[in-house]
Design a protein around this ligand. Structure first.
Ligand SMILES: Nc1ncnc2c1ncn2[C@@H]1O[C@H](COP(=O)(O)OP(=O)(O)OP(=O)(O)O)[C@@H](O)[C@H]1O
Ligand SMILES: [Mg+2]
Length: 1014
């Protein structure tokens, strides 16, 4: 990276040095440097000298003048783009890339929307310039995959728009017949993220008529030349353009500089890139073909003056996607609504031809608008990106003077007047205003303000457009000539308006009676009023509209909306629509920071190397380039804000380097004095320095360049020093910390205070951090990190909290089954814990609802029936010992909710009501003996029971709980008494031994030997 940066800066330096020496090589690169800046001849000579050397670009300050070379120059390569990237405007030879880059950087640094206005007459190179600018952005701006695709679409939209909107004219083989304003949106990183195109007034009349030597729109010839055979077959087209009436008017089917076939391929490749589906392409082709077929539709006149179609129109109807007979009817009749009633009247021959042409123009014109919409969808910003800025590119038709000028030329030239007005406003006027606001004395430059012509055309009620509209809407007989008369009446006295009638003899000789002349800023133009009214009306018969909106071609049904037929309101006239769209355009442009490219055409023959002085002088004049230059020179060539100037050049003066602490103006003054600026070379305004001659600035730049190695050393040593100081500071801080830590450790047992606060805080912090990672995970885990003494109490709290937290969480998770189990275990613990040897072993074993698991142990059905509704809650096998003789008898002990029964297979041997159960006695050893003491009051009871059970803890717990006798369980260490019969007592002795044994002991006692537990 660093290496690349170094190489880049080296290249920039070399380029800059090269540029400095080359500055005056051929003429001047900036007209501001012209010795004789008032001389038009010197201006043109400079252009000529540079043009001869293929130096087609020259500046007037920040305006770029571009000559059309009419040949490919090797100045648009990627290397050239790299040359201009990030390099200051004046440091390098003039180029369209320098202007593009400068605009881009201004957008990024100032965060203000920019626009580039490209003007010049037809064929001067506006469209080429706009393409170069777009390409520059597509190649040099940062991108990712999505953006690269967008860049692709931006570039690919050009050939498509050109195919449909450009045509060969006498002046330009690829003349734009529509105006185009394109916004390119950039995100905050400066990457292109979206685009939007506004189109202006397509010259629709070209679809049906072309002047001699001109062609229809390129797309028709491209299709016929490039389309495949089967494609043409489907469209029922023949390859020869001469067969189509709409293509023969100019008698110019081929243009040597254009390859229709190749361009067709380019367009077909571009369409999918900008999002056209195969179906849409087919529909589009149908429309192009339908226009050609429409041109060949012929009419005949019947005996009674009625008009009929003499040619086959089934193909036409198929391609338009409409009903054939409805189309036939609509082309020869018109529908009128008079007094709420619909009337259909036949058209005469001329009217039918006009209706056909109107349909062709409408179909083509609306399809063009649809095309632009479609392109806009594909360029639309997909995600709204914050902080995005815009660069607008305006490439609009140039000023045009033809042999016969009609409504279209009127609109085109009006548009150029508006743009000139904007140019005046934004450059000449604003330049002068800037001197005023900065308080700089200077002499005012006179320039021609064309507002007067703009007003003549567009003023409300009084302007030419208003009069035209009025004439179109006026009831009664109106025609183009009555419009001319009205003009004479209304604006006849205007200094920029003349007609044959109003003119003096000399002018009269060059004007026909049907013309009016406007004295445009760019020259005089005679407009023939023929067709003005029709073109302004731009009417299409209602029944034709009705047919079209039923088209099954989606593009056409989108273009011809049903609402349009229903809506009675008259749409605005063409000229007014155009005027309004221009108003909007000027508003858009006014809100942006403008840059200008002024294109000049060197000759009318489209030849390289030919410099037609008369033609060039004319353009220099009407583009106002001399005025532009005079304003720049009368004032000052360059201006910069104080802070920018000081920031850049402060190393050149010891007082301002490295920092100036006083007022900015004083700093600038100190600096220029040090640099030796003479008084006439500069002036200080309120916030800017104005430098009269570029040379002064160049010299300063050179001095800066020479100074750079020195500055580098200063910056380098400053930087190194700062780094070393920073490192030393960090070390000092680290040593301080270690010291504090050690001291804190020594005084760790003392009171919390400045001696040990850091250490103790650290210990606490570490404990808490460690605790966070080592918290016990379960309630059984009793581990807990040892806290430092200062956190003893807090640690205890935390431990309790944590335990409570875990217990709560545990309880939330406990299921009802498990809860029951736990409750029994708790009771068992209360009764047996630390009382009976066998208890600890039982803790880990779950209590079950029955121990009668095996087949043999099953409760007999008979017993279940006898128990009836008293459900057995627990059953277990036991050995019952007779109270006399101690004979062991295997039995089942079943517990219900209110009593227990002793069962011998199928027979209930004994029932013990819980109410009669006095207590339960067990030994403290690990035998399974238990004695149920039964009250004697109840005669039904058979008396005490001696039982041995392998699950004695479980059994006794359950029995005690069910009988509600948990506090009546007695654990006796040595022996248990029981009643054999009334008045006769028996005794069980318990001893520890090697293994469990129940035998008769001495003195008639029962001896239970319980196994010693390890
Ligand atoms: N920089 C250039 N390098 C080479 N050829 C150029 C250059 N600029 C213009 N041309 C040539 O001049 C022709 C006309 O240029 P372009 O179409 O840009 O004119 P325009 O100003 O857009 O005219 P219009 O107003 O009729 O649209 C181009 O087709 C091309 O042959
Ligand atoms: Mg153009």
């Amino acid at each position: 990276m660093r290496y690349q940066a170094r190489v880049r800066s080296m290249i920039v330096r070399l380029v800059m040095e090269g540029a400095l020496t080359a500055r005056d090589r051929v003429g001047v690169q900036d007209f501001v440097l012209l010795e004789n800046y008032n001389s038009e001849a010197a201006f043109i000579e400079n252009l000529r000298r540079r043009f001869r050397e293929n130096l087609i670009y020259t500046y007037i300050g920040s305006v770029l003048v571009s000559m059309n070379p009419y040949k490919e120059l090797e100045i648009y390569s990627k290397q050239q783009m790299d040359r201009y990237r990030g390099v200051s405007f004046y440091e390098i030879s003039p180029h369209i890339y320098a202007l593009s880059d400068n605009t881009y950087r201004a957008m990024r640094t100032e965060r203000k929307d920019q626009c580039i206005l490209i003007s010049g007459e037809s064929g001067a190179g506006k469209t080429e310039a706009s393409k170069k600018i777009l390409l520059y952005y597509a190649v040099t701006c940062p991108t990712n995959d999505h953006m690269a695709a967008l860049g692709d679409r931006l570039l690919q939209s050009n050939p498509v728009l050109e195919a449909f909107g450009n045509a060969k004219t006498l002046r330009n083989d690829n003349s734009s017949r529509f105006g185009k304003y394109m916004d390119v949106q950039f995100d905050f990183r400066g990457a292109p993220v979206g685009g939007h195109i506004l189109n202006y007034l397509l010259e629709k009349s070209r679809v049906v008529h072309q002047n001699h030597g001109e062609r229809n729109f390129h797309i028709f010839y491209q299709l016929l030349d490039g389309g495949q055979d089967d494609q043409l077959n489907t469209l029922n087209l023949e390859r020869n353009p001469q067969n189509y009436r709409y293509l023969v008017k100019g008698n110019c089917p081929r243009v040597s500089s254009i390859s229709d076939k190749n361009n067709w391929k380019v367009v077909m490749k571009a369409l999918p890139v900008i999002g056209f589906t195969e179906e849409e392409v087919q529909k589009l082709l149908n429309i192009i073909a339908s226009v050609l077929h429409l041109g060949n539709t012929q009419f005949g006149e019947g005996e009674e003056g009625e008009t009929y179609i003499t040619t086959e129109i089934s193909n036409l109807a198929r391609l338009l996607g409409v009903d054939g007979s409805a189309l036939r009817e609509a082309l020869t009749h018109k529908k009128l609504t008079a007094k709420g009633e619909e009337m259909i009247t036949p058209l005469n021959f001329e009217q039918a031809e006009a209706a056909r042409d109107a349909l062709a123009k409408a179909v083509y014109g609306r399809t063009f608008t649809w095309l632009v919409e479609k392109i806009n969808q594909s360029l639309a910003l997909k995600v709204h990106s914050k902080g995005s800025s815009v660069i607008g590119l305006l490439d609009i038709y140039g000023f045009e003077v033809l042999q016969h000028n009609s409504f279209e030329q009127f609109c085109i030239n009006y548009c150029n007047e508006k743009l000139q007005q904007l140019f005046i406003e934004l450059t000449l006027r604003s330049e002068q205003e800037e001197y005023e606001t900065e308080g700089i004395a200077w002499e005012t430059v006179q320039y021609f303000d064309n507002k007067i012509i703009c007003d003549l055309i567009e003023e409300k009620h009084k302007g030419i457009i208003s009069i035209l509209d009025e004439e179109c809407l006026r009831p009664g007989e109106t025609c183009d000539v009555s419009f001319l008369e009205k003009l004479e009446d209304t604006v006849g006295g205007h200094p920029h308006f003349v007609t044959h009638k109003l003119a003096n003899g000399k002018t009269r000789r060059v004007m026909s009676r049907e013309e009016f002349r406007l004295l445009h800023y760019a020259g005089e133009v005679n407009y023939n009023v023929n067709g003005f009214l029709d073109k302004n009306n731009d009417l299409l018969n209602r029944n034709l509209k009705e047919v079209m909106c039923q088209s099954d071609n989606q593009i056409l049904s989108h273009c011809f909306r049903r609402e349009e037929v229903i809506d009675q309101k008259r749409p605005e006239m063409a000229a007014t629509q155009f005027k309004n769209s221009l108003m909007k355009l000027t508003e858009i442009l006014r809100s942006k920071e403008p840059s200008y490219v002024r294109c000049i055409k060197p000759n009318d023959a489209k030849q390289p190397g030919r410099f037609d002085e008369v033609l060039v002088r004319h353009q220099v004049k009407y583009l106002g380039l001399m005025e532009n230059l005079r304003v720049r020179r009368a004032g000052f060539a360059y201006r910069r804000r104080f802070e920018a100037f000081l920031q850049r050049y402060k190393p050149l003066c010891p007082e301002t380097w490295p920092n100036w602490h006083g007022r900015l103006a004083d700093g600038v003054l100190t600096l220029v004095k040090h640099l030796g600026y003479k008084d006439e070379e500069y002036k200080l305004g309120r916030s800017k320095i104005f430098i009269r001659f570029p040379k002064t600035l160049f010299n300063t730049e050179d001095a800066l360049e020479a100074k750079k190695p020195e500055i580098v050393i200063v910056i380098q040593s400053g930087w190194r020093g700062m780094k070393a100081r920073r490192r030393a500071k960090r070390r000092r801080q680290a040593a301080d910390l270690i010291r504090r830590f050690i001291k804190g450790f020594i005084y760790r047992h003392g009171e919390y205070g400045p001696e040990n606060d850091y250490f103790l805080d650290h210990v606490r912090y570490s404990f808490l951090k460690n605790l966070r990672k080592n918290l016990p995970k379960s309630v059984l885990d009793k581990s807990w990190p040892t806290p430092p003494p200062s956190l003893d109490e807090a640690s205890e709290h935390l431990q309790r909290l944590h335990m409570r937290n875990m217990v709560t969480k545990y309880c939330w998770r406990v299921q009802p089954e498990w809860k029951k189990q736990m409750m029994q275990k708790v009771v068992a613990s209360e009764i047996f814990k630390d009382q009976k040897d066998s208890y600890p072993q039982s803790v880990g074993k779950l209590f079950l609802d029955s121990r009668l698991g095996t087949q043999r142990e099953q409760i007999s059905l008979k017993v279940v029936q006898t128990l009836g509704n008293d459900k057995v809650q627990y059953g277990v096998s036991v050995i019952k010992y007779d109270k006399r003789g101690f004979k062991p008898r295997p039995r089942q002990l079943l517990l219900t909710n209110t009593f227990a029964v002793l069962v011998d297979k199928t027979k209930i041997k004994q029932r013990i009501d819980y109410t009669a159960l006095r207590d339960i006695a067990l030994s403290s050893l690990s035998d399974g003996m238990c004695v149920l003491h039964i009250t004697r009051e109840d005669n039904k009871q058979k008396g005490d029971l001696l039982l041995h059970c392998s699950h004695s803890i479980e059994l006794v717990t359950k029995l005690a709980m069910m009988a509600n006798k948990t506090s009546n369980v007695n654990i006796n260490p040595g022996s248990i008494q029981f009643t054999v019969a009334r008045g006769k007592e028996g005794i069980i002795d318990f001893v520890r031994g090697a293994e469990l044994k129940v035998t008769k002991g001495r003195r008639g006692h029962l001896l239970v030997v319980s196994q010693r537990l390890l």
